[in-house]
Design a binder for this molecule. Structure first.
Ligand SMILES: Cc1cc2nc3c(=O)[nH]c(=O)nc-3n(C[C@H](O)[C@H](O)[C@H](O)COP(=O)(O)O)c2cc1C
Length: 256
């Protein structure tokens, strides 16, 4: 509902807008094979994750919204983050897109992990977060009863449209827009590593840092892995041969 409110506000100011619902997409989980990094060429899974990463990079602005499920964001949102490793490996050079994030929860204090996950997805999709709001309304569509929330959502849409960062209050990181926490008042933000004392230094999710992460850390880990592959194969044998009763739902039949 709030995504629609935001897009309606942007459209009212002349923007061309389009809505993507994760419900419509086929999203599968990362299996950790690392072939996207070690072999290159993307991910062999045939679903809509790459379509989303590619499509988003063609837009001038982005509004991301998510409900809160059991203190965090729903699994679909985390799946997109995990699959982002493959997207990063093949889609470098994305522009920084002005992005606003919205997280809806039922109850203050019961949304601990949700904004970090939603905001991280925004940053991984190539967003520069210009604003981030959290809303509390438990029932489907209940957000619409809150006039102030509607006003703040429309304001967020305008901030995205005008690429105008909403100022962050004291103690909130201006890059990931998350509270830095009492123990991290000084030094870099523990989440995105933005350092207020060195505003020009790159944060963890900047295009350059992510590219560097893939090329300088993930790719070289391939050589180490290959150098040790025979040893790993040898060590795997007794672990895999350990007799363990495998439990699977009956419908999958006997594992043998
Ligand atoms: C499975 C499920 C788990 C939920 N867990 C939480 C939670 O941990 N904390 C919270 O504040 N709200 C929780 N809620 C409430 C949702 O955040 C709220 O219903 C939703 O954000 C309302 O937005 P919607 O109109 O998109 O459904 C949960 C709702 C569902 C369906």
């Amino acid at each position: 509902m709030l995504t629609r409110v935001a897009l309606r506000a942007a459209a009212g100011r002349g923007a061309g807008v389009e809505l993507v619902s994760l419900r419509d997409l086929r999203l599968t989980f990362c299996e950790g094979c690392l072939s996207c990094v070690y072999r290159g060429g993307g991910c062999k899974k045939e679903d809509d994750v790459f379509w989303l990463y590619e499509t988003v990079s063609r837009y001038d602005g982005l509004i991301l919204a998510s409900p809160t499920y059991l203190l965090g964001a729903p699994a679909q949102v985390k799946a997109l983050i995990d699959r982002g490793v493959a997207a990063l490996a093949v889609l470098p050079g994305r522009p920084e897109i002005p992005t606003g994030t919205i997280t809806v929860a039922g109850l203050p204090g019961w949304d601990y992990f949700a904004p970090p996950v939603v905001n991280q997805l925004g940053l991984l999709l190539g967003g520069r977060l210009v604003g981030s709001l959290t809303a509390y309304a438990p029932g489907p569509g209940e957000v619409l009863l809150d006039d102030d929330l509607i006003r703040r959502t429309e304001e967020l849409a305008r901030a995205v449209l005008e690429d105008r960062p909403v100022p962050t209050p004291e103690g909130v990181c201006p890059v990931c827009r998350l509270p830095r926490g009492e123990s991290a008042r000084q030094g870099p933000c523990p989440f995105c590593r933005h350092d207020p004392a060195r505003p020009d230094a790159l944060h963890r999710f900047s295009r350059e840092s992510l590219t560097e992460f893939v090329t300088d850390w993930m790719l070289p880990s391939r050589e180490r892995f290959l150098a040790n592959r025979e040893e790993i194969k040898r060590l795997r044998v007794p672990v895999l041969e350990t007799e363990l009763p495998v439990l699977r739902p009956e419908r999958l039949g006997d594992p043998e």
